[in-house]
Design a protein around this ligand. Sequence first.
Ligand SMILES: NC(=O)c1ccc[n+]([C@@H]2O[C@H](COP(=O)([O-])OP(=O)(O)OC[C@H]3O[C@@H](n4cnc5c(N)ncnc54)[C@H](OP(=O)(O)O)[C@@H]3O)[C@@H](O)[C@H]2O)c1
Ligand SMILES: *[C@@H]1O[C@H](CO)[C@@H](O)[C@H](O)[C@H]1NC(C)=O
Length: 293
Amino acid sequence: MALLWKLLVASAGIALAVYFYTGQDDFKPEMLKGKRAIVTGASSGIGEQMAYHLARMGSHIVITARTEEKLRKVVSKCLELGAASARYIAGSMDNMEFAERVVKEAEKVLGGLDFLILNHIGLTYFNYFDGDVGHIRKLLEINLLSYATMTVAALPMLKESGGSIIVISSVAGKMGLPLTVPYSTTKFALDGFFSSLRQEFYFQKTNVSITLCVLSYIDTDSALSIVADSIDTRPASKEECALAIIKGGALRQREVYFQYWFTKIPLLLRDWAPDFLDSMIRKDYNMEKIVKH
Ligand SMILES: NC(=O)c1ccc[n+]([C@@H]2O[C@H](COP(=O)([O-])OP(=O)(O)OC[C@H]3O[C@@H](n4cnc5c(N)ncnc54)[C@H](OP(=O)(O)O)[C@@H]3O)[C@@H](O)[C@H]2O)c1
Ligand SMILES: *[C@@H]1O[C@H](CO)[C@@H](O)[C@H](O)[C@H]1NC(C)=O
């Protein structure tokens, strides 16, 4: 099985890598110069790194998350790195009024918006589903409904600028992984919301791009601590991941796959050999390391 998998990955990979790498060449950091962006969940992890990339490229940045001390540090580093401007708004995305307020405040200080980057997630567990449906409801508010709320609030500005919505999702939002039932529920829902909306934008001639980012395991502190040694895959760099997202968003790609090998390639199997894909996924998990509820 392992050999077959490697052969499949190798052959599909060669063909797709050519396509993928040639597609990335059009990107220029100047595309982000002077652009106005909101980045959510930017106090740590991938969101923080996206803020730093945008800062280096000379964007105007409004970041948000709950922890004010961290946001303050990220803002001052953004200014050091060359951001045209950088501000933060602290609060929790389980509150839809707050989600809307972030967009309104950004409108006040930036006078418009080019990039809405939706990245934050609520805290969850990495374990067997514990039967708590209330937790799924809470996570849907933070991971999905606040995204919809911010999109609605930002749409007039994005239409005006021909802007972009960048949505951070996961392989867990495209295929069934164990130990992430509530999280996976919210990430699949994002695909539904934004893929349907993208179709409507076409009919409505709304010139706002939607980029859904399908990420594999990335080396952020929170992912490293939650996953620990229960999966075998090596995590990819959060700096590189953040850059791939910014590039894909600036190029108005419909989806970004990072790392490509662990996301796009397995997804080629999803509709044709789902049981085989499921069995390949299971091989990466050390379930004996999971302490059951
Ligand atoms: N790392 C991975 O392996 C991986 C893999 C696939 C997909 N992703 C996706 O990548 C994105 C970023 O993940 P990450 O690993 O960088 O996570 P992270 O480091 O834990 O960052 C999460 C961010 O969300 C904020 N946040 C948490 N709860 C919040 C709330 N209730 N309201 C507002 N903000 C809140 C956190 O800041 P505060 O605590 O200060 O609020 C933090 O800034 C997520 O969408 C995640 O699903 C990550
Ligand atoms: C849509 O917006 C993009 C980026 O702002 C712009 O380059 C493009 O010309 C716009 N297309 C139309 C049809 O207005």
